[in-house]
Design a protein around this ligand. Structure first.
Ligand SMILES: *[C@@H]1O[C@H](CO)[C@@H](O)[C@H](O)[C@H]1NC(C)=O
Ligand SMILES: *[C@@H]1O[C@H](CO)[C@@H](O)[C@H](O)[C@H]1NC(C)=O
Ligand SMILES: *[C@@H]1O[C@H](CO)[C@@H](O)[C@H](O)[C@H]1NC(C)=O
Ligand SMILES: *[C@@H]1O[C@H](CO)[C@@H](O)[C@H](O)[C@H]1NC(C)=O
Length: 504
């Protein structure tokens, strides 16, 4: 595995404790950003809503860039940012999982491998020598689009995770676009702090806020689609102004992913050359007294049937999908969103252009969610490779998060195996991993690395429409089996059109 990797990368990564690894990543990202002179807030690539004072400041006195030493202090600070809810994700991960993850995600590493002997020198930090951009690290570009609304509580975790993920992918490869629509809490104030921190390390971010409300739109879905499109505006601006294209889009709601959750979604998206890749999200079901699958308004199995708000063994009606789901294996679906979706940007860049939209009600299209409609549009554009990754379990609050991320227990210590002469625990067959909501550091099995075999789309898809005119907070039209367009029902819809696979 990882044949083309610089020799010893995995071993080097393995030797480094996580905080050092993070620091390395941030440092490398910082140096690279300096060397390839990605503009920072002083020279924005586009006009963000956050640089109103720019010209005034510049005309009064020339802008003084922070010294390396000053920036290093900011970096020191950022590397000590600790998430609140998600801090336990990979802390105390079992060593075998850590080793697997480092090997699995090594091809995603977007910064130059630090040499173990003296990576400060290699980076030219001491000598101020410029870095050559050679082919030793990935230049795959990632566009993070994030919609926030009254998200004060999750923003610190969100950024702590973003800093870490970007440290792996390479800061120079990451662009973060945040669109916040009219929060009534202190979301905007908190975003301004993180805006500044993010820019100070050379990671590009644009944060736009809006006071526009739903009132200006006739249809609820039209408004929701507009909010999502707003987060994509920089994608188009960067193409138009800088001829900069991205290779992968990560779309997030106000959700609490772990670092390895995001890496796994990206890994699956690229391994499968997928149009859309989503996680699985969970909400607490009061009557059942446990978390159940949440986003069944959008999620449809490959037969077109809706997933259920139910415990894991009853979520999928499609038998093959259900059995894969219970084994935590990636599953082809007709449609899904589930809190985080990784998208192939190609259909956004080239005709027939997709965008978030409401249904063409006049043409008889069922008034589905803007996320279902974009999945349908991906099928029609020939990007119908859509999959769900059950390993990545997401929660919208800490109660559910705690249930779906239980601590791994040391069974040897609990059972006193050594005393009664039993076998020591085998991480490959740990009984804790058989339960659905098992520990986060469940070991990877070979099938999770195999690309899926994609089938053509279903003839009919279950659609539960939302008229959107009334006050009902969800679907309000009788559900129907909606016939899908011809193209999505052909093999042509699942051909690979844009190669994004990892270079091993
Ligand atoms: C902002 O968008 C969210 C959905 O992303 C919506 O629930 C909320 O009502 C919107 N805010 C306003 C002020 O309309
Ligand atoms: C689990 O507990 C046993 C006995 O106390 C100990 O020998 C072993 O090292 C522990 N394993 C881990 C992974 O902590
Ligand atoms: C598959 O889809 C058809 C409609 O196309 C539906 O009648 C049938 O019940 C579905 N099967 C399952 C197992 O969901
Ligand atoms: C789609 O396929 C059906 C038969 O399956 C055919 O009657 C119809 O004309 C086709 N529509 C288009 C637009 O090709």
């Amino acid at each position: 595995m990882n044949k083309a990797q610089p020799p010893g990368l995995a071993q080097q990564l393995r030797r480094l404790p996580a905080p050092i690894l993070l620091a390395v990543g941030i440092f490398v990202g910082f140096i690279l950003s300096k060397v390839v002179s990605i503009p920072t807030s002083t020279t924005p690539i586009w006009r963000s809503g956050h640089t109103p004072a720019k010209s005034r400041v510049q005309s009064r006195h020339a802008f003084q860039a922070p010294t390396i030493d000053q920036r290093a202090r900011v970096l020191d600070l950022l590397t000590t940012l600790t998430p609140h809810y998600t801090k336990e994700c990979t802390r105390n991960a079992q060593p075998l999982y850590t080793a697997q993850a480092l090997e699995r995600y090594a091809p995603l590493v977007g910064h130059k491998t630090p040499s173990r002997t003296s990576w400060f020198d290699t980076l030219g930090l001491g000598t101020e020598q410029p870095l050559r951009r050679d082919a030793m690290y990935s230049e795959h570009k990632y566009f993070f689009a994030i919609n926030l609304y009254n998200s004060f509580d999750v923003i610190p975790d969100l950024f702590a995770t973003l800093f870490r993920v970007a440290a792996v992918l390479g800061y120079q490869n990451v662009f973060v676009s945040i669109y916040e629509n009219g929060s009534t809490d202190q979301t905007k104030a908190l975003l301004r702090i993180f805006d500044a921190l993010t820019r100070s390390v050379g990671m590009r971010v644009t944060i736009r806020t809006s006071m526009r409300t739903r009132g200006a739109f006739n249809h609820r879905i039209e408004y929701l689609a507009e909010v999502r499109n707003a987060a994509f505006v920089p994608l188009h601006e960067l193409r138009d102004a800088e001829n900069e294209y991205f290779d992968t889009i990560i779309f997030m709601n106000d959700i609490l992913p772990c670092v390895d959750d995001l890496l796994e979604l990206i890994y699956q998206s690229r391994t499968n050359n997928a149009g859309i890749t989503c996680a699985a999200d969970y909400m607490y079901h009061e009557e059942l007294g446990q978390p159940v699958f949440y986003d069944n308004w959008v999620a449809r199995d490959i037969n077109g049937t809706a997933l259920e708000n139910a415990p894991f063994e009853s979520i999928f009606h499609h038998p093959d999908s259900s059995s894969r789901f219970q084994k935590h294996l990636p599953i082809q679906v007709q449609s899904c969103w589930n809190g985080i979706a990784v998208l192939d940007p190609a259909p956004f860049y080239s005709p027939p252009h997709v965008r978030f939209r409401m249904a063409h009600i006049m043409d008889g299209e069922c008034s589905a969610s803007e996320c279902s409609l974009i999945c349908n549009d991906y099928w029609e554009a020939g990007y119908g490779r859509i999959l769900m990754v059950p390993r990545v379990k997401l929660a919208y609050d800490s109660k559910v998060w705690d249930i779906i991320h239980p601590q791994r227990r040391n069974l040897t210590a609990i059972r006193g195996y050594s005393k009664i002469g039993g076998l020591p625990d085998n991480p490959l067959t740990d009984p804790q991993d058989r339960s659905w909501f098992g520990p986060h550091d469940r070991l990877f099995i070979d099938e999770e690395s195999e690309p899926l075999d994609f089938a053509s789309g279903p003839d009919y898809v279950w659609c539960w429409g939302w008229d959107g005119a009334g006050d009902l907070d969800g679907p309000d039209v009788d559900p129907i089996w909606e016939m899908m367009p011809n193209r999505s029902r052909t093999d042509d819809a699942v051909q690979v059109r844009h190669h994004r696979e990892l270079i091993l």
